[in-house]
Design a protein around this ligand. Structure first.
Ligand code: FAD
Length: 439
């Protein structure tokens, strides 16, 4: 039996791919529900993720998996409208004319930014096409130095800084140019006349999770089962100690896939991963009407959260029984930050006041409900030298034969952690186990 630790998308995908090849698998999930960071709330209509989620057009593995599971027709691609909130005003930034009209960058800034996104190095007399292909060349260059040198100071100060602050807070100076360039490639698919193309699954990502559960078989997924120990004998994994609702059990295993955060891997095996993670506080508010016309509102002014994500400007509110669903999010780099220490009720009040400050037409009487989710480990800080810290899928040599890693510190989760990355990591570990057996 192959033991899989963690019932997020990485663990469920690993189980699915192995089972397809005839392996006996068992997934152990510490929480009462599977899904991990992709878990959902109920609404009057479809379910909705507790933390905002969408797909980028460059992500293929999740689409292939959906097709294989017979739910490929539920994958939908739509325009996710982006805007910047600056000096009390919302500026849409999707179409060429909206970008041209944007007053906080000059025409020259916009041209340099466009060239960067096209991979053209415009310094010097002859522009270099394909200049940013090899990300490793930019791994040790701070994003700030890179942007200032390859574009303009104004682009860094007015355009990139608010994004970095929202995403990495006080660690923004440590982030590498490789991360930015990787993200441009990852997110870069646009409809030139309309804006960025983003994906979703009709019914929510819970559809994918539920279909995986059905395929794997509920009997092979044990929830409320917290893996406490991996036992290695003579250099080879032998069994796991699991704390379940019925008490502690020992399960013999032929191999183990650890599909969790690296801190869990370290507790179980001693493997130390130097990647630093950040937490997140994410609120979802149901409101009785549309608040803005934007899906993703970056906020350049001082504000109480990093972004407002109006999900129902991406997916129609009729799917949620007419409710308008709006996320607010803050990433947490320091657990002494006041927002992390607030109760859910305090966050609710603080963030509602925050929306009132930004959007004058907002009326708190129109709020139907407000829910807060938080998690201390939600995303890596993609700092310089990150690539060297990635945990390999096969860690047999480091911790014991038959132990694999598919969590968020794996290669598939760079330059952006994602559902697609989780599935790729799960599949990579499954493939390695299958190959090893064949040899
Ligand atoms: C705010 C936010 C926004 C995001 N936005 C997007 C987005 O727009 N698009 C996108 O594609 N992705 C997005 N993501 C990322 C995506 O959710 C993750 O990459 C993905 O869900 C990670 O899956 P995973 O299986 O690797 O890990 P997780 O979902 O963290 O699953 C790990 C599981 O392991 C369990 N576990 C831990 N320790 C043990 C133990 N000892 N024993 C048993 N079980 C254990 C945990 O309970 C958990 O269920 C977002 C995430 C967050 C937090």
């Amino acid at each position: 039996m192959i033991g899989i630790i963690g019932g997020g998308l990485a663990g469920l995908s690993a189980a699915y791919y192995l089972q397809q090849k005839g392996y006996q698998v068992r997934v152990f999930e510490g929480a009462e529900e599977v899904g991990g960071l992709a878990a959902s709330y109920e609404t009057k209509g479809d379910s909705i993720e507790k933390f905002y989620h969408h797909l980028s057009k460059s992500e293929e593995t999740i689409v292939e998996l959906a097709e294989e599971l017979g739910i490929g027709s539920k994958v939908e691609w739509k325009i996710g409208k982006n805007a910047y909130y600056v000096d009390g005003e919302i500026f849409p930034l999707d179409t060429p004319w909206e970008i041209l009209r944007y007053p906080h960058l000059t025409l020259y800034d916009k041209m340099r930014l466009t060239l960067l996104t096209l991979g053209i190095d415009a310094r010097g007399i002859f522009p270099k096409i394909g200049a940013y292909e090899d990300l490793e060349d930019f791994e040790h260059i701070p994003v700030e130095d890179f942007v200032r040198e390859h574009t303009t100071n104004n682009i860094f100060d007015k355009f990139i800084t608010p994004l970095l602050e929202a995403k990495f807070g006080k660690y923004k100076h440590r982030v590498s140019a490789a991360w930015l360039l990787g993200r441009i490639k990852f997110r870069g698919q646009r409809n030139l006349l309309k804006g960025e193309i983003l994906g979703y699954i009709n019914g929510g990502f819970v559809e994918l999770i539920d279909t995986l559960i059905e395929e794997i078989g509920q009997e092979n997924i044990i929830t409320g089962a917290f893996v406490e120990q991996i036992i290695v004998k003579n250099g080879k994994v032998e069994s796991m100690v699991i704390d379940t609702k019925k008490g502690k059990i020992i399960e013999e295993v032929d191999a183990v896939i650890v599909a969790t955060m690296p801190s869990v891997l370290e507790n179980l095996t001693g493997y130390e991963c130097p990647i630093q993670f950040q937490g997140a506080v994410c609120a979802l508010m149901s409101y009785s009407e549309q608040i803005t016309e934007t899906y993703w509102l970056n906020i350049s002014d001082e504000s109480r959260f990093g972004a407002i994500i109006e999900h129902t400007n991406f997916i129609h509110p009729r799917r949620y029984g007419g409710e308008h669903l709006v996320y607010m999010v803050s990433y947490i780099q320091d657990f002494e930050e006041s927002i992390w220490k607030m109760t859910d009720e305090e966050i609710e009040e603080y963030w509602i006041e925050g929306v009132e400050e930004l959007i004058s037409s907002f009326d708190r009487k129109k709020i139907n409900w407000f829910k807060v989710s938080r998690n201390p480990l939600t995303a890596p800080i993609y700092e310089m030298g990150y690539i060297d810290k990635i945990i390999p899928y096969d860690i047999s040599k480091e911790v014991g034969e038959g132990i694999y890693y598919a969590g968020m510190a794996s290669k598939a989760q760079y330059p952006e952690r994602s559902l697609n990355g989780a599935i790729e990591a799960g599949r990579a570990c499954a493939d390695l186990i299958i190959e090893r057996k064949r040899d």
